[in-house]
Design a protein around this ligand. Structure first.
Ligand SMILES: *Cc1c(COP(=O)(O)O)cnc(C)c1O
Length: 464
């Protein structure tokens, strides 16, 4: 397997180089040069595998021989050994046609751990094997930061700096990031939105000299390794659900911000997983809902919502999908992305929109709908949804037909977002790991959303 850029100027690099490059040097995103097809026979065999075994099978398609079998197995064992549930990502039946895929049993109680425990260990492995300096920078709407820091804290040869939007993340998210007091961790609290943080990171990465000089590596979902890790649970959930129903096709409702998680579902489908609809669930920041419905990709007004990890206007992974929608024509992707930069808008034609509708449907949750869902499922099923998962459940309710089976991805534990849960007049008890955070001192620096200022701070941190 080789990796190429969606914009065509990076060709045929290996898996480890793709992980290290993060954002492609031509400003595009790295993708595998072809999508592996899972044979019927293989698919049958996979149905009975454990999560770790399945991860090994899927990763092997993408890592080539760059990571020897035993090393890859050890990386997987270490990454998922930190999860509190033996199945890693268990599926819970809520009613006859809806299952929740619980992705929050990792160290920071959000689905980001599934990918970032692996990526953290992978970076550490690469650092040791190839004697590479790994300096990670990333932007977070709250969960990625905590998860990435947890993935690499105190690891030798690695430093990490995370930008989060000042006071626009939940209290627990902030505490998870800023109570870590390891030498190799720096938290910058940026006076701006997540989109500001993400833009700054993207621009710093686009400065290839700066990136190479400071050995900058990405942990955002622009990194293909994250997408790869997330394809596993689509397969795993499919196998668990089809053991319990007669369904042959399964829909997935995915709370979406950066289009990363749902792109992993698209990739799983393209590998041969029998997925019905991929349901894009957003909040009021609904650029992706509008794209799926109208074929227009255009950022709107920023809203702070009950589901802050999805308060995103520019979905960085969208370009990966665009590449496939445009029949893998990198020149056309590059032209459209240039146009997007100039006019702030991409419009696709009717024929293309029909293709979008073959794979996707969408629903954007507005106002109190999120809280209504939390209350409803708590009352009817005694199941407490976090506000992001609630968006996923709302979207499932909107667009799933009778006789279809849907898996809603539960992207976080409700304890991370008590601000929203409290508004439903529900009192929850925090898991021990979360309640103890409130007594710890915090370490963070508040900075302006200014590229030059942040670049200077990074230079200091990475030169020490
Ligand atoms: C990051 C995140 C999302 C959105 O995932 P994307 O891959 O950016 O689409 C949804 N829910 C939670 C809780 C998250 O942390």
């Amino acid at each position: 397997m080789k990796y190429i850029s969606t914009r065509g100027q990076v060709q045929d690099i290996g898996f480890i180089d793709a992980v290290l490059m993060g954002l492609a040097d031509d400003g595009g995103l790295l993708i595998p040069s072809h999508i592996p097809q899972v044979s019927e026979e293989q698919f049958q065999q996979w149905a009975t595998l454990s999560y770790q075994e399945l991860a090994y099978e899927i990763f092997s398609y993408y890592t080539n021989d760059e990571i020897p079998q035993d090393d890859l197995k050890a990386l997987i064992a270490e990454s998922y050994g930190t999860f509190r549930h033996p199945e890693v990502t268990p599926v819970r039946k809520v009613n006859d046609d809806m299952y929740v895929l619980e992705l929050f049993h990792g160290p920071t109680f959000a689905f980001k751990d599934v990918a970032l425990q692996f990526l953290g260990n992978l970076y550490s492995y690469i650092s040791k094997k190839q004697d590479k300096i790994i300096h990670i920078i990333g932007a977070t709407s709250g969960d990625t930061g905590a998860s990435a820091i947890e993935g690499v804290r105190s690891k030798e040869g690695i430093r990490i700096c995370i930008l989060h939007p000042h006071q626009k993340v939940s209290k627990v998210q902030e505490l998870q990031m800023t109570t870590v007091h390891d030498e190799n961790v720096l938290n910058l609290s940026v006076e701006g939105t997540f989109d500001d943080c993400q833009r700054i990171i993207k621009e710093l990465f686009a400065d290839v000299d700066f990136k190479n000089q400071y050995h900058l590596r990405a942990i955002n979902s622009i990194n293909f390794a994250r997408i790869l890790a997330q394809t596993v649970y689509y397969f795993y959930a499919y196998f668990q659900v089809t053991k319990q129903t007669d369904a042959k096709l399964v829909n997935f409702s995915v709370p979406t911000g950066n289009f990363g998680d749902i792109f992993a579902g698209y990739l799983a489908k393209r590998m041969g997983l029998p997925v019905g609809k991929l349901i894009v669930a957003t909040n009021e920041n609904n650029i992706l809902e509008r794209f799926v419905k109208d074929g227009i990709y255009q950022p709107g007004q920023f809203h702070s919502t009950f589901s802050p990890s999805m308060d995103i206007q520019v979905a960085s992974n969208f370009e990966r999908y665009l590449y496939y929608l445009l029949n893998e024509d990198a020149n056309q992707v590059a032209a459209l992305m240039d146009q997007f930069k100039a006019n702030g808008k991409i419009v696709i034609d009717e024929a293309k929109l029909r293709i979008v509708h073959d794979d996707f449907d969408a629903h954007g949750v507005m106002g109190e709908e999120c809280l209504t869902m939390i209350s409803k499922y708590y009352k009817e099923y005694d199941y407490l949804l976090d506000p992001h998962t609630a968006c996923g459940v709302a979207a499932y309710e909107q667009v799933t037909d009778s006789n279809e089976v849907c898996v809603t991805l539960s992207t976080a534990h409700p304890a991370k977002f008590n601000e929203s849960i409290e508004r439903c007049n529900i009192e929850q008890t925090y898991p021990e790991q979360i309640s103890q955070l409130f007594d710890k001192p915090q370490y963070q620096e508040i900075v302006k959303a200014d590229n030059a200022e942040i670049a200077r701070r990074l230079e200091q941190f990475f030169s020490k």
